[in-house]
Ligand binder design. Structure first.
Ligand code: FAD
Ligand code: FES
Length: 275
């Protein structure tokens, strides 16, 4: 593998080497780019399929791994359905990385709270890989994850691993439990009543569907988190990914260029932030 510089506008070819079923609607795609591909946790890529189209995704793999990139994709429409039908050996295009990722320096020295819902675990997994590798830099990590049903919980093996990591605590909830579920039943925000965290020493990251982020942020504000210590990864429809076309505008911001990660105080007054 060469280490040629990646051209931000031109896709790099990447071979699909493995497909992992995570839930009935979510799969992880392991890709091997033809050149080393670097990104910072929370940045996104544009993944393309020749003759079909492209869509933005945040890598779910570790930013410390350069020869392989994993994307975890929920089937949502035309492009994602075509990607879900791919078999090992298929060739895709990757361009990027784009945007501003998680502000790691604002998490160092803190009790980090991560609140995630559904496919929002994908970008969170990349952050957790990064923080696990640097766990001497944080006080502790509390991860609260919610999904609709036990079948929709993704990365089950990785959850077991996280529970064995020193300084890491994991709490899970499902909206609707089954007979085998022995964790919390209820919306993900109810997990915030179970955890023990020193809010003054903490910063929070929230990633998930808009409605979950809206209520998650509200609850964090209620328990005392200041607006500038809540970080959100925003998803808006995108096209160019480089701040030219305006598809991703959220008030004064280009989500592709200024985000996708924002602190709540930066975006709270912009229109339609939860749509
Ligand atoms: C920065 C960023 C990172 C993302 N990371 C991931 C990820 O890691 N995993 C993942 O599964 N998805 C992720 N998404 C969402 C993903 O890009 C969309 O699901 C995808 O573009 C839908 O394409 P489609 O052609 O399959 O659906 P379409 O046929 O285009 O649309 C299906 C539905 O999805 C909506 N939609 C389309 N594009 C987006 C979008 N960008 N954001 C939100 N809704 C959209 C449409 O309005 C429509 O309701 C991310 C989006 C952004 C902006
Ligand atoms: S996607 Fe074109 S400006 Fe952001």
């Amino acid at each position: 593998m060469t280490t040629a510089t990646v051209d931000l506008y031109k896709p790099v070819k990447a071979t699909l080497t493995k497909v992992i079923d995570e839930s009935p609607s979510i799969k992880t795609f392991v890709l091997e780019p033809e050149v080393e591909f670097s990104f910072k946790t929370g940045q996104f890529i544009q993944l393309s399929l020749e003759g079909i189209g492209e869509a933005p995704f945040t890598p779910s793999s570790s930013p410390l791994v350069k020869d392989r990139i994993e994307v975890t994709i929920m089937k949502a429409g035309f492009v994602t359905e075509k990607i879900h039908n791919l078999k090992e050996g298929a060739v895709l295009g990757i361009r990027g990385p784009y945007g501003r990722g998680y502000p790691l320096e604002k998490l160092y020295g803190k009790e980090v709270l991560v609140l995630g819902g559904g496919c929002g675990f994908a970008p969170i997994r990349s952050l957790l890989y990064n923080l696990e590798a640097e766990k001497d830099k944080i006080k502790k990590l509390t991860f609260c994850y919610g999904s609709k049903t036990p079948k929709d919980c993704i990365y089950k093996g990785y959850i077991d691993h996280l529970r064995s990591v020193d300084k890491f605590e994991v709490y899970r909830s499902v909206d609707q439990a089954d007979d085998e579920w022995n964790e919390t039943e209820g919306v993900v925000t109810c997990l915030l009543d179970e955890i023990s965290i020193n809010v003054e020493e903490s910063a929070a990251v929230v990633v998930g569907p808009p409605i979950m982020m809206k209520f998650g942020v509200q609850k964090l504000l209620d328990i005392g988190y200041p607006e500038h210590k809540i970080f959100l990864s925003m998803e808006k429809n995108m096209s160019c990914a480089v701040g030219k076309c305006g598809h991703c505008m959220m008030g004064k911001y280009f989500v592709c260029k200024d985000g996708p990660v924002f602190s709540y105080d930066e975006i709270k007054d912009q229109p339609d932030i939860w749509k």
